[in-house]
Design a protein around this ligand. Structure first.
Ligand code: G3I
Length: 305
């Protein structure tokens, strides 16, 4: 296999990219996307502010552009994300508890129904835990007004809306064993033991020199998988360049392949110039869509040439 997608498929995995609708008019962007990737995540277009800018009024056109592009080329689509404290339209934070509860459930239901049966995995709840050593929940309108139960409620609503979608909890700084990942682990274990519907945990995997690929990355993915959920690497990017970056990327891919239930990897963008990081070169393609050493390392770790 000589593409990321084909090599990953040979390992029974998908290989995805975050895509922004405003780049879909760029020929090289589309050519690289269509050649290399088997899964797509909308970088911003399926977030709450994009889909439901005012209460009860949904706008799917940008999201559908990405969705239709992917589907027409046989790619899978990851849904990102239904309930998140960020990129939340102003009207949501103004609601009282009971309105907020119905708005959350309605948002999940409307969005998942629009794509019913067509999204392989949904990030139902994103980034609900604090950084640092507390293991506590992050303050958000959902947490503050609905309490700890909002995550469970979101997952139950999601299962009812689209029983075929894998339902994921997704977060960052949970890639190694630490207080934050322990807190997520405890929640997932509790959900599994009580029959709360959860199918997967997403590990964003935004790495940089201050937050490098953890040495216990594989072990952490494995302990979650052992709870009976799939694990997915959902937003991979690694600050750096040259051989050091390539080695890191290869290590991430090998960690996923070593965990049977690690079902796929998504990189958070295609060329460096479109990365959410304003500076740096964290992705697999340079600004001219040339393959970087990191690309070669990923392809080779996937068994491709
Ligand atoms: O669309 C508006 C545009 O109309 C406006 O003129 C412009 C001016 O700033 O802003 C545009 O919105 C920006 C949006 O990206 C689309 O480009 C926002 O300012 C900007 O904040 C937003 O950044 C996104 C970020 O999430 C917001 O939280 C990044 O593109 C996106 O890569 C990033 O993705 C997140 C994941 O969803 C969750 N995990 C972390 C990851 C990286 O931060």
């Amino acid at each position: 296999a000589d593409t990321l997608g084909a090599a990953a498929a040979g390992q029974g995995r998908y290989f995805g990219a975050a895509v922004a609708a405003n780049h879909l008019g760029e020929a090289q962007y589309v050519a690289t996307l269509d050649r290399e990737f088997t899964s797509v995540t909308a970088e911003n277009e399926m977030k709450w502010d994009a889909l439901e800018p005012s209460r009860g009024s949904f706008s799917f056109s940008r999201a559908d552009q990405i969705f239709d592009h992917a589907k027409s080329r046989g790619m899978d689509v990851r849904g990102h994300t239904l309930v998140w404290h960020s990129q939340l339209p102003g009207w949501v934070s103004g609601l009282g508890a009971s309105d907020l509860r119905s708005a959350m459930n309605n948002h999940i239901t409307q969005v998942m129904t629009h794509y019913k049966g067509e999204i392989h995995s949904w990030d139902v709840v994103n980034e609900a835990f604090q950084d640092g050593n507390s293991g506590a929940r992050r303050s958000s309108p959902f947490q503050d007004k609905l309490g700890n139960g909002f995550i469970e409620e979101a997952f139950r609503t999601a299962r009812a809306a689209d029983p075929d979608a894998k339902l994921c909890y997704n977060d960052y700084n949970t890639d190694g064993v630490n207080a934050k990942s322990n807190a997520v682990y405890t929640m997932v274990r509790d959900f599994k033991s009580r029959g709360v519907p959860i199918d997967c945990v997403g590990f964003q995997s935004h790495f940089n020199p201050n937050s490098p690929v953890p040495s216990d990355y594989r072990a952490n993915l494995q302990r979650f998988a052992d709870l009976g959920v799939d694990v997915q690497i959902t937003e991979l990017d690694i600050e750096g360049s040259g051989q050091a970056q390539a080695t890191d990327y290869g290590n991430v891919v090998r960690a996923c392949l070593a965990v049977t239930r690690c079902t796929g990897i998504t990189v958070w963008g295609i060329p460096d110039k479109y990365s959410w990081r304003s500076s740096g070169t964290p992705l697999l393609f340079d600004d001219n869509y040339n393959k970087k050493p990191a690309y070669d390392a990923v392809l080779s770790a996937l068994g491709g040439t």
